[in-house]
Design a protein around this ligand. Structure first.
Ligand code: FAD
Length: 316
Protein backbone atom coordinates (compact mmCIF):
# COMPACT_ATOMS: atom_id res chain seq x y z
CA UNK A 1 0.00 0.00 0.00
CA UNK A 2 1.05 3.63 -0.47
CA UNK A 3 0.43 6.48 1.94
CA UNK A 4 -2.02 5.98 4.80
CA UNK A 5 -3.56 9.27 5.88
CA UNK A 6 -4.24 9.57 9.62
CA UNK A 7 -6.62 12.33 10.73
CA UNK A 8 -5.12 13.93 13.85
CA UNK A 9 -7.44 14.14 16.85
CA UNK A 10 -6.19 16.97 19.05
CA UNK A 11 -7.11 19.60 21.61
CA UNK A 12 -5.35 22.87 20.68
CA UNK A 13 -2.49 20.91 19.18
CA UNK A 14 -2.12 18.34 21.97
CA UNK A 15 -2.32 15.04 20.11
CA UNK A 16 -4.74 12.55 21.66
CA UNK A 17 -3.56 9.00 22.31
CA UNK A 18 -5.87 7.33 19.75
CA UNK A 19 -4.00 9.20 17.00
CA UNK A 20 -0.72 7.57 18.07
CA UNK A 21 -2.55 4.22 17.82
CA UNK A 22 -3.73 5.07 14.29
CA UNK A 23 -0.16 5.96 13.27
CA UNK A 24 0.98 2.59 14.62
CA UNK A 25 -1.72 0.81 12.57
CA UNK A 26 -0.91 2.96 9.52
CA UNK A 27 2.72 1.78 9.64
CA UNK A 28 1.54 -1.81 9.19
CA UNK A 29 -0.37 -0.79 6.08
CA UNK A 30 2.07 1.56 4.33
CA UNK A 31 3.69 4.96 4.82
CA UNK A 32 1.99 6.90 7.62
CA UNK A 33 1.18 10.53 6.87
CA UNK A 34 -1.03 12.78 8.98
CA UNK A 35 -3.50 15.57 8.39
CA UNK A 36 -3.85 18.27 11.05
CA UNK A 37 -6.98 20.42 10.89
CA UNK A 38 -7.14 23.68 12.86
CA UNK A 39 -4.75 25.71 14.96
CA UNK A 40 -1.79 24.49 17.01
CA UNK A 41 -0.06 22.15 14.54
CA UNK A 42 3.39 23.27 15.78
CA UNK A 43 2.60 21.67 19.14
CA UNK A 44 1.70 18.39 17.47
CA UNK A 45 4.68 17.82 15.18
CA UNK A 46 6.91 16.31 17.85
CA UNK A 47 4.37 13.62 18.80
CA UNK A 48 3.35 12.91 15.21
CA UNK A 49 7.01 12.48 14.22
CA UNK A 50 7.73 10.28 17.22
CA UNK A 51 5.04 7.86 16.08
CA UNK A 52 6.30 7.76 12.53
CA UNK A 53 4.42 10.38 10.45
CA UNK A 54 6.61 11.17 7.45
CA UNK A 55 4.52 14.17 6.31
CA UNK A 56 2.01 16.31 8.15
CA UNK A 57 -0.51 18.11 5.95
CA UNK A 58 -1.82 21.18 7.76
CA UNK A 59 -5.03 23.06 7.07
CA UNK A 60 -4.98 26.01 9.45
CA UNK A 61 -8.08 28.07 8.74
CA UNK A 62 -10.26 29.91 11.28
CA UNK A 63 -13.33 28.15 9.87
CA UNK A 64 -12.10 24.86 11.31
CA UNK A 65 -12.30 26.08 14.89
CA UNK A 66 -15.37 28.25 14.56
CA UNK A 67 -17.79 26.03 12.65
CA UNK A 68 -19.28 22.55 12.94
CA UNK A 69 -17.76 19.49 11.29
CA UNK A 70 -18.80 20.19 7.69
CA UNK A 71 -15.78 22.47 7.22
CA UNK A 72 -13.43 19.80 8.57
CA UNK A 73 -14.87 17.28 6.11
CA UNK A 74 -14.30 19.74 3.25
CA UNK A 75 -10.72 20.38 4.35
CA UNK A 76 -10.07 16.66 4.64
CA UNK A 77 -11.56 16.00 1.21
CA UNK A 78 -9.21 18.63 -0.26
CA UNK A 79 -6.19 16.92 1.34
CA UNK A 80 -7.35 13.50 0.15
CA UNK A 81 -7.71 14.87 -3.40
CA UNK A 82 -4.16 16.27 -3.22
CA UNK A 83 -2.45 13.28 -1.55
CA UNK A 84 -4.39 10.37 -3.09
CA UNK A 85 -3.81 8.11 -0.06
CA UNK A 86 -4.35 4.35 -0.12
CA UNK A 87 -6.56 4.62 2.97
CA UNK A 88 -7.77 7.16 5.53
CA UNK A 89 -7.84 6.31 9.25
CA UNK A 90 -10.01 8.32 11.64
CA UNK A 91 -10.62 7.93 15.39
CA UNK A 92 -14.07 6.47 16.15
CA UNK A 93 -15.33 9.43 18.15
CA UNK A 94 -18.71 11.04 17.46
CA UNK A 95 -16.97 13.83 15.55
CA UNK A 96 -14.53 11.46 13.82
CA UNK A 97 -17.34 9.27 12.53
CA UNK A 98 -19.29 12.24 11.20
CA UNK A 99 -16.23 13.59 9.39
CA UNK A 100 -15.47 10.14 7.99
CA UNK A 101 -19.04 9.65 6.76
CA UNK A 102 -19.05 13.06 5.06
CA UNK A 103 -15.67 12.29 3.48
CA UNK A 104 -17.00 8.96 2.16
CA UNK A 105 -19.93 10.73 0.48
CA UNK A 106 -17.69 13.45 -0.98
CA UNK A 107 -15.17 10.97 -2.39
CA UNK A 108 -17.65 8.23 -3.36
CA UNK A 109 -15.72 5.80 -1.17
CA UNK A 110 -16.61 2.86 1.03
CA UNK A 111 -16.42 3.30 4.78
CA UNK A 112 -15.98 0.93 7.71
CA UNK A 113 -16.80 2.29 11.17
CA UNK A 114 -15.80 1.21 14.68
CA UNK A 115 -13.01 -1.17 13.66
CA UNK A 116 -11.30 -2.86 16.58
CA UNK A 117 -8.33 -3.85 14.42
CA UNK A 118 -7.01 -3.24 10.91
CA UNK A 119 -4.65 -5.68 9.17
CA UNK A 120 -1.76 -4.73 6.89
CA UNK A 121 -3.90 -5.31 3.79
CA UNK A 122 -6.65 -2.98 5.05
CA UNK A 123 -8.98 -5.72 6.28
CA UNK A 124 -10.84 -4.26 9.25
CA UNK A 125 -12.32 -6.22 12.14
CA UNK A 126 -15.59 -5.03 13.65
CA UNK A 127 -17.39 -6.37 16.67
CA UNK A 128 -21.15 -6.39 15.94
CA UNK A 129 -24.51 -7.31 17.51
CA UNK A 130 -23.42 -6.31 20.99
CA UNK A 131 -20.13 -8.10 20.48
CA UNK A 132 -21.58 -11.53 19.69
CA UNK A 133 -20.03 -11.58 16.20
CA UNK A 134 -16.73 -10.48 14.79
CA UNK A 135 -16.77 -9.35 11.15
CA UNK A 136 -13.81 -8.96 8.79
CA UNK A 137 -14.49 -6.47 6.01
CA UNK A 138 -12.59 -4.62 3.32
CA UNK A 139 -13.53 -1.50 1.37
CA UNK A 140 -13.67 -2.21 -2.36
CA UNK A 141 -14.75 1.21 -3.69
CA UNK A 142 -12.76 4.42 -3.78
CA UNK A 143 -10.34 5.36 -0.99
CA UNK A 144 -10.96 3.08 2.01
CA UNK A 145 -12.08 5.17 4.99
CA UNK A 146 -11.87 3.36 8.32
CA UNK A 147 -12.80 4.68 11.74
CA UNK A 148 -10.94 2.84 14.48
CA UNK A 149 -11.95 2.56 18.12
CA UNK A 150 -9.53 3.86 20.75
CA UNK A 151 -7.23 1.20 22.23
CA UNK A 152 -7.31 -0.92 19.05
CA UNK A 153 -3.49 -1.01 19.07
CA UNK A 154 -0.72 -0.32 21.55
CA UNK A 155 1.08 2.83 20.32
CA UNK A 156 4.64 2.09 19.21
CA UNK A 157 7.20 4.80 18.58
CA UNK A 158 9.11 4.88 15.27
CA UNK A 159 10.78 8.30 15.15
CA UNK A 160 10.66 10.26 11.90
CA UNK A 161 11.13 13.92 11.04
CA UNK A 162 7.92 14.89 9.31
CA UNK A 163 7.83 17.29 6.40
CA UNK A 164 5.11 19.92 6.83
CA UNK A 165 2.86 20.83 3.91
CA UNK A 166 0.30 23.60 4.26
CA UNK A 167 -2.86 23.07 2.25
CA UNK A 168 -5.09 26.03 1.37
CA UNK A 169 -8.82 25.28 1.27
CA UNK A 170 -11.73 27.37 0.04
CA UNK A 171 -14.79 26.50 2.06
CA UNK A 172 -18.31 26.38 0.67
CA UNK A 173 -20.91 28.71 2.08
CA UNK A 174 -22.97 25.82 3.35
CA UNK A 175 -20.07 24.37 5.37
CA UNK A 176 -19.55 27.61 7.23
CA UNK A 177 -23.15 28.72 7.62
CA UNK A 178 -23.46 27.53 11.23
CA UNK A 179 -20.99 29.05 13.68
CA UNK A 180 -19.99 27.96 17.16
CA UNK A 181 -20.87 30.83 19.48
CA UNK A 182 -19.55 29.40 22.75
CA UNK A 183 -18.04 26.29 24.28
CA UNK A 184 -18.44 25.36 27.92
CA UNK A 185 -15.95 22.73 29.03
CA UNK A 186 -17.20 20.12 31.50
CA UNK A 187 -15.67 20.33 34.96
CA UNK A 188 -12.40 18.37 34.77
CA UNK A 189 -12.09 15.31 37.02
CA UNK A 190 -8.38 14.83 36.34
CA UNK A 191 -9.18 11.30 35.13
CA UNK A 192 -8.64 10.14 31.56
CA UNK A 193 -11.44 10.52 29.01
CA UNK A 194 -13.75 7.50 29.33
CA UNK A 195 -13.66 6.40 25.69
CA UNK A 196 -9.87 6.73 25.42
CA UNK A 197 -8.78 5.36 28.80
CA UNK A 198 -6.55 2.29 28.93
CA UNK A 199 -8.29 1.22 32.14
CA UNK A 200 -11.96 1.73 33.05
CA UNK A 201 -13.39 0.98 36.51
CA UNK A 202 -17.19 0.86 36.47
CA UNK A 203 -19.92 0.68 39.07
CA UNK A 204 -23.49 -0.55 38.80
CA UNK A 205 -26.56 -0.90 40.96
CA UNK A 206 -24.47 -3.02 43.30
CA UNK A 207 -22.69 0.09 44.63
CA UNK A 208 -25.99 0.88 46.38
CA UNK A 209 -26.09 4.66 46.00
CA UNK A 210 -24.13 7.74 44.97
CA UNK A 211 -21.81 7.45 47.97
CA UNK A 212 -20.87 3.91 46.89
CA UNK A 213 -19.11 5.38 43.86
CA UNK A 214 -16.37 6.69 46.18
CA UNK A 215 -15.14 3.07 46.41
CA UNK A 216 -15.14 2.77 42.60
CA UNK A 217 -13.39 6.14 42.19
CA UNK A 218 -10.71 5.24 44.73
CA UNK A 219 -9.75 2.15 42.71
CA UNK A 220 -9.90 4.15 39.47
CA UNK A 221 -7.57 6.81 40.88
CA UNK A 222 -5.12 4.20 42.19
CA UNK A 223 -4.96 2.73 38.67
CA UNK A 224 -5.04 6.05 36.78
CA UNK A 225 -8.29 4.87 35.23
CA UNK A 226 -11.54 6.43 34.01
CA UNK A 227 -14.80 5.79 35.86
CA UNK A 228 -17.81 4.26 34.10
CA UNK A 229 -21.30 3.35 35.24
CA UNK A 230 -24.18 1.10 34.24
CA UNK A 231 -27.47 2.60 33.17
CA UNK A 232 -29.09 1.43 36.40
CA UNK A 233 -26.65 3.66 38.27
CA UNK A 234 -26.97 6.67 35.95
CA UNK A 235 -30.78 6.43 35.72
CA UNK A 236 -30.92 6.39 39.52
CA UNK A 237 -28.93 9.64 39.50
CA UNK A 238 -25.98 8.06 41.35
CA UNK A 239 -23.48 9.03 38.66
CA UNK A 240 -23.69 11.45 35.68
CA UNK A 241 -25.12 10.11 32.41
CA UNK A 242 -21.96 11.17 30.58
CA UNK A 243 -20.24 8.16 32.20
CA UNK A 244 -22.79 5.53 31.19
CA UNK A 245 -21.28 2.57 29.36
CA UNK A 246 -23.44 0.53 27.02
CA UNK A 247 -25.79 0.45 24.08
CA UNK A 248 -27.29 3.84 24.91
CA UNK A 249 -24.13 5.17 26.55
CA UNK A 250 -20.46 5.27 25.62
CA UNK A 251 -18.59 2.43 23.97
CA UNK A 252 -15.26 1.67 25.59
CA UNK A 253 -12.56 -0.74 24.56
CA UNK A 254 -9.82 -0.43 27.19
CA UNK A 255 -6.98 -2.81 27.97
CA UNK A 256 -8.65 -3.50 31.31
CA UNK A 257 -12.32 -3.13 32.34
CA UNK A 258 -13.28 -3.72 35.96
CA UNK A 259 -17.05 -4.14 36.49
CA UNK A 260 -18.16 -3.72 40.10
CA UNK A 261 -21.71 -4.65 41.09
CA UNK A 262 -22.80 -4.88 37.45
CA UNK A 263 -24.89 -7.89 36.37
CA UNK A 264 -23.75 -7.88 32.72
CA UNK A 265 -26.98 -7.18 30.84
CA UNK A 266 -26.67 -7.39 27.05
CA UNK A 267 -27.10 -3.60 26.77
CA UNK A 268 -24.17 -3.03 29.13
CA UNK A 269 -22.02 -5.61 27.35
CA UNK A 270 -22.61 -3.79 24.06
CA UNK A 271 -20.49 -0.94 25.35
CA UNK A 272 -17.57 -2.84 26.90
CA UNK A 273 -17.41 -6.29 25.35
CA UNK A 274 -14.35 -5.56 23.24
CA UNK A 275 -12.25 -4.67 26.31
CA UNK A 276 -9.03 -6.69 26.20
CA UNK A 277 -9.25 -8.01 29.79
CA UNK A 278 -12.46 -7.96 31.82
CA UNK A 279 -12.55 -8.33 35.59
CA UNK A 280 -15.86 -8.63 37.46
CA UNK A 281 -16.62 -8.24 41.14
CA UNK A 282 -20.13 -9.42 41.98
CA UNK A 283 -21.65 -11.11 45.01
CA UNK A 284 -23.83 -13.35 42.83
CA UNK A 285 -21.84 -16.23 41.37
CA UNK A 286 -24.57 -16.69 38.73
CA UNK A 287 -24.35 -13.08 37.43
CA UNK A 288 -24.07 -13.12 33.59
CA UNK A 289 -21.03 -10.82 33.73
CA UNK A 290 -18.98 -13.87 34.80
CA UNK A 291 -19.66 -15.51 31.39
CA UNK A 292 -17.72 -12.66 29.85
CA UNK A 293 -15.09 -11.96 32.50
CA UNK A 294 -11.50 -13.13 32.17
CA UNK A 295 -11.16 -12.89 35.97
CA UNK A 296 -14.01 -12.87 38.45
CA UNK A 297 -14.28 -12.34 42.17
CA UNK A 298 -17.46 -13.54 43.87
CA UNK A 299 -17.87 -11.27 46.85
CA UNK A 300 -19.14 -8.02 48.27
CA UNK A 301 -17.53 -5.17 46.34
CA UNK A 302 -17.19 -3.11 49.51
CA UNK A 303 -14.93 -5.83 50.91
CA UNK A 304 -13.10 -6.75 47.70
CA UNK A 305 -12.53 -3.39 46.00
CA UNK A 306 -10.85 -1.54 48.93
CA UNK A 307 -8.43 -4.46 49.31
CA UNK A 308 -7.64 -4.27 45.62
CA UNK A 309 -7.12 -0.50 45.88
CA UNK A 310 -4.78 -0.92 48.88
CA UNK A 311 -2.76 -3.55 47.02
CA UNK A 312 -2.44 -1.34 43.91
CA UNK A 313 -1.35 1.64 46.03
CA UNK A 314 1.17 -0.53 47.92
CA UNK A 315 2.78 -1.72 44.67
CA UNK A 316 3.14 1.74 43.15
P1 FAD B 1 -28.41 -4.93 38.00
O1 FAD B 1 -28.77 -5.69 36.80
O2 FAD B 1 -29.45 -4.71 39.03
O3 FAD B 1 -27.17 -5.68 38.65
C1 FAD B 1 -26.60 -5.30 39.87
C2 FAD B 1 -25.57 -6.37 40.19
O4 FAD B 1 -24.87 -5.97 41.36
C3 FAD B 1 -26.17 -7.74 40.48
O5 FAD B 1 -25.57 -8.69 39.65
C4 FAD B 1 -25.85 -7.99 41.97
O6 FAD B 1 -25.54 -9.35 42.23
C5 FAD B 1 -24.63 -7.13 42.16
N1 FAD B 1 -24.43 -6.64 43.52
C6 FAD B 1 -25.35 -6.09 44.36
N2 FAD B 1 -24.75 -5.69 45.51
C7 FAD B 1 -23.44 -6.03 45.40
C8 FAD B 1 -22.33 -5.88 46.26
N3 FAD B 1 -22.43 -5.29 47.45
N4 FAD B 1 -21.13 -6.35 45.84
C9 FAD B 1 -21.00 -6.94 44.63
N5 FAD B 1 -22.04 -7.11 43.77
C10 FAD B 1 -23.24 -6.64 44.14
N6 FAD B 1 -27.60 -0.66 30.67
C11 FAD B 1 -26.34 -0.17 30.65
O7 FAD B 1 -25.55 -0.43 31.55
N7 FAD B 1 -25.94 0.63 29.61
C12 FAD B 1 -26.74 0.96 28.58
O8 FAD B 1 -26.33 1.70 27.70
C13 FAD B 1 -28.08 0.44 28.58
N8 FAD B 1 -28.92 0.71 27.55
C14 FAD B 1 -30.16 0.15 27.56
C15 FAD B 1 -31.01 0.34 26.46
C16 FAD B 1 -32.26 -0.25 26.43
C17 FAD B 1 -33.13 -0.04 25.23
C18 FAD B 1 -32.68 -1.04 27.52
C19 FAD B 1 -34.03 -1.70 27.50
C20 FAD B 1 -31.86 -1.23 28.62
C21 FAD B 1 -30.60 -0.64 28.66
N9 FAD B 1 -29.74 -0.82 29.74
C22 FAD B 1 -28.47 -0.36 29.67
C23 FAD B 1 -30.20 -1.45 31.00
C24 FAD B 1 -29.80 -2.90 31.16
O9 FAD B 1 -30.80 -3.72 30.56
C25 FAD B 1 -29.69 -3.25 32.65
O10 FAD B 1 -30.91 -2.96 33.28
C26 FAD B 1 -28.57 -2.51 33.37
O11 FAD B 1 -27.38 -2.65 32.67
C27 FAD B 1 -28.41 -3.10 34.77
O12 FAD B 1 -27.45 -2.38 35.47
P2 FAD B 1 -26.66 -3.08 36.64
O13 FAD B 1 -25.93 -4.26 36.14
O14 FAD B 1 -25.90 -2.02 37.34
O15 FAD B 1 -27.84 -3.51 37.65
Amino acid sequence: MGQILVVVDHADGAVKKPTTELLTIARRMGEPVAVFLGQGSANALDTLGRFGATTVFVVDAPELDSTLVAAKAEALAAVVAQVGPSAVLVTSSAEGKEIAARLAVKTGSGIITDAVDVAADGTATQSVFAGSWSVQAKVTTGTPIITVKPNAAAPEEAPATPAVENVAVTFSEVATSARITGVEPRAKSGRPELTEAAIVVSGGRGVGGPEGFATVEALADALGAAVGASRAATDAGWYPHAFQVGQTGKTVSPQLYIANGISGAIQHRAGMQTSKTIVAVNKDAEAPIFELADYGVVGDLFTVVPQLTDEVVKRK
